[in-house]
Write a protein that binds this ligand. Structure first.
Ligand code: SAM
Length: 208
């Protein structure tokens, strides 16, 4: 699993790496464009909304929403990623922060129509994911939703199939979403829906 320095070194080549994996329909980024498009279209259902992007990276998704007049807030722990994202969204509220410590207080003082996160939350363990979602839920505005686009599977068996097929380059240090497991962990806390877009990626929509 990459640490902050690893993401700093990756920042300039990040968009290209994603494109190659996506275009070849390979783990880890197969379905990436469809996943981002789905979240973009969902967030676009509201005008000039407040959006919180967790682990925005080079800002591929957030900058599209920014260009359409949405108010972008975000956290990422890589200063190099933030520099690239800032170039695309000079007026966005982008904070350097490690989400293993939860969210910074400044971001907890607001409400958001959409909380989005793509390919970042798999760096948290399943227990950390649950705690983090519990921290995010009270920040949703009326009718707001959390959209998690990431490497994700309906069942643990689906994950294992993908792992076996991609064993030479599978990252054993990351914690991919198994929808059935996260849905069960959040039972009674939040509603969850899963929209798969490839053999290894999809969007989990979480609401109160
Ligand atoms: C694979 S990139 C995804 C970037 C972007 N959301 C996208 O879909 O292209 C993961 C991002 O999450 C950030 N990240 C990973 N772990 C993090 C952590 N613990 N706290 C904050 N950001 C983190 C990395 O710096 C990186 O920018």
């Amino acid at each position: 699993m990459l640490n902050k320095q690893g993401f700093n070194l990756w920042a300039n080549d990040y968009d290209k790496t994603v494109q190659v994996s996506e275009e070849n329909n390979l783990y880890p980024f197969a379905g990436y464009k469809d996943i981002l498009d789905f979240i973009f279209n969902e967030a676009m259902q509201k005008n000039h909304s407040a959006v919180l992007d967790i682990g925005f990276g080079t800002g591929i998704l957030a900058s599209k929403l920014y260009e359409h007049g949405h108010y972008i807030n975000g956290v990422d722990f890589s200063s190099e990623m933030i520099e690239i994202a800032k170039g695309k969204m000079p007026l966005a509220n982008l904070i350097e922060w490690d989400i293993t410590y939860g969210l910074p207080e400044r971001l907890k003082a607001k409400n958001y129509e959409s909380i989005i996160s793509t390919y970042a939350l798999h760096h948290l363990t399943d227990e950390e994911k649950k705690r983090f979602v519990q921290e995010l839920l009270p920040l949703l505005a009326e009718g707001g939703k959390i959209y998690v686009g990431d490497i994700s599977f309906q069942t643990r068996a689906d994950l294992e199939n993908c792992r076996n097929a991609s064993i030479n380059y599978w990252d054993e240090d990351e914690f991919y979403f198994v929808f059935e497991e996260i849905e069960s962990a959040l039972k009674g806390i939040a509603k969850c829906k899963f929209y798969p877009f490839s053999h290894c990626g999809g969007v989990i929509v979480i609401s109160k």
